[in-house]
Design a protein around this ligand. Structure first.
Ligand SMILES: Cc1cc2nc3c(=O)[nH]c(=O)nc-3n(C[C@H](O)[C@H](O)[C@H](O)COP(=O)(O)OP(=O)(O)OC[C@H]3O[C@@H](n4cnc5c(N)ncnc54)[C@H](O)[C@@H]3O)c2cc1C
Length: 195
């Protein structure tokens, strides 16, 4: 049993995982590494002048792992369902996992949203501004809920929005993940030396 399971390890999924794990929720990410970022070169991600998509993903993976995210690279999720006593069951070929929350971040592939039974708006998953679906505690991010706005920075924002909503539910009050310059060394987990 873990707090949060994220399905998909592109910008949306890893952004969600970064926020939840960094703020105390045990988070597992499953990813089959078919992210579109391997085809992209970023000139439009604010704060990055020019960045190869694969290099961006390598940094993102190191960043989430530095906070302790259980990143299961190469493991495909085959089914997601609501649990009998709340929460969710998440199946891979070999194992079944359970979590309180699930964040779907599988890009334009919406099959798991269909099998979970969330509402759609036409071809896309119907989400609110926090990326929560019609099923409580299940979120859908990035292209899953967007017909056209397929951009890395938007996916990362969607993942962050989902995570902050989860954190708000868990903490019982509106949650902000704010750090200040004095936190930099500790918060960056030693990565700053490598960048
Ligand atoms: C040619 C090209 C150029 C682009 N150029 C730019 C650009 O210049 N700037 C920009 O902002 N964006 C660009 N993009 C778009 C950008 O890559 C996407 O917006 C971004 O990758 C979407 O992130 P995501 O996390 O929503 O989905 P994705 O990055 O698609 O990640 C989804 C992940 O989920 C995994 N997955 C799917 N199903 C499962 C499952 N069942 N179990 C486990 N894992 C699963 C996939 O393997 C994948 O790794 C480009 C895209 C393409 C194709």
């Amino acid at each position: 049993m873990t707090d949060v399971i994220v399905v998909g390890g592109g910008p949306a999924g890893l952004s969600a995982a970064l926020f939840t794990q960094k703020n105390g929720l045990e988070t597992t990410v499953f990813d089959t590494d078919q992210t579109w970022m391997h085809k992209a070169h970023l000139f439009n991600y604010l704060g990055l002048g020019s960045e190869d998509g694969t290099a961006f993903m390598a940094t993102a993976r190191r960043q989430v792992e530095s906070y302790g995210v259980d990143l299961r690279q190469g493991e495909e999720v085959t089914d997601v369902a609501e649990g009998d006593d709340g929460g969710f069951t998440v199946e891979t070929e070999d194992e079944t996992f359970e979590s309180d929350y699930v964040v779907l971040a599988t890009g334009a592939n919406r099959d798991l949203a269909t099998s979970l039974g969330v509402a759609f708006d036409g071809d896309v998953v119907d989400v609110d501004i926090t990326m929560e679906t019609s099923v409580d505690d299940a979120y859908a991010t990035g292209a899953m809920g967007r017909a056209e706005e397929w951009q890395a920075v938007i996916s990362a924002g969607d993942g962050a929005a989902a995570a902050l909503n989860i954190l708000t539910k868990e903490k019982g009050e509106h949650y902000h993940d704010f750090d200040v310059p004095a936190d930099a060394d500790a918060a960056f987990g030693g990565m700053a030396d490598d960048e």
